[in-house]
Design a protein. Structure first.
Length: 277
């Protein structure tokens, strides 16, 4: 058994995809650290460009082509997000009693606008996912701009990354039982449980980053890990229906921008609602 496990670990480390994934993770981490140090408004503006890239990939995957209506779709929502950012930092302003109203107004406007693009998504599942992406990015910008928002975002990124990394490693080394073979053949119960364990552990270790107690850290660690996994599973379901493995190939070992953002699709709106309401 010990020899078998050692062989599994050795084979896993020698896999080319793992080495590419590791290198990409290091480079992405360096970029993220730089942006985190620069802070607001550089980080929110950068995230708007990431939103544009995610929408571009999503449109390509949904349609297998890119025509004029897709071009409008790709730019209209990042522009709305940019205007939302400008309102939030008071570059543009209208008299409202509560700044949270900006968040609700812009999300409602974006979702109504998205109705006009329903046909390009080809089916209701893709349309629902497009709405989740829109809400997620608006939630992200809102989160970055609240007090202690950068630390909260760092906390989320660390936990989602820990969940993803350890579920991937644990699944490859210890994984036996598939958790959803018809949706994603690579996800295992063992890998998911290992990822959840380390997500909870990470939450406890960095709880002072967002000033929470031990019990709250346990709950958040589990919740963020679970919803990160469910977001990943949702994107896998989306890709399986279309018949593709990755949304793109821009990030070696990881796929596309949409593949890297899937863990945040569900947790960002949920976490943001907890923070502002």
């Amino acid at each position: 058994m010990k020899i078998s496990l050692n062989l599994k670990i050795k084979n896993f480390i020698n896999v080319k995809n793992f080495r590419l994934r590791l290198l990409s993770t290091v480079l992405l981490s360096l970029i993220f650290v730089t942006l985190f140090i620069l802070g607001n408004p550089v980080l929110p503006v950068f995230m708007i460009f990431i939103f544009l890239a995610v929408l571009y990939e999503f449109n390509i995957v949904c349609n297998n082509k890119f025509v004029f209506v897709n071009l409008i779709n790709v730019f209209v929502f990042p522009l709305l997000l940019l205007f939302f950012l400008l309102f939030e930092i008071n570059v543009i302003s209208i008299p409202l009693k509560d700044n949270n109203n900006y968040y609700l107004i812009f999300i409602l406007l974006a979702l109504i606008t998205n109705l006009f693009f329903y046909k390009i998504y080809t089916n209701i599942i893709n349309f629902i996912i497009s709405n989740l992406l829109i809400i997620s990015f608006f939630s992200l910008i809102k989160m970055l701009l609240i007090p202690n928002g950068l630390n909260i975002f760092l906390y989320l990124v660390l936990l989602v990354s820990v969940m993803d990394i350890f579920a991937y490693i644990g699944g490859n080394i210890f994984g036996v039982k598939k958790i959803a073979p018809t949706i994603s053949n690579g996800k295992t119960i063992e890998g998911t449980l290992i990822g959840l364990f380390f997500s909870i552990l990470a939450s406890v270790l960095i709880k002072d980053l967002i000033d929470i107690n031990f019990l709250y850290a346990l709950i958040l660690g589990f919740t963020i890990g679970l919803f990160s996994f469910l977001g990943d599973l949702l994107e896998s379901f989306f890709k399986r229906r279309i018949g593709i493995k990755d949304s793109g190939n821009f990030i070696p070992g990881h796929g596309g921008f949409l593949d890297r953002f899937d863990g945040y699709i569900l947790i960002l709106p949920l976490f943001n609602l907890i923070l502002i309401f």
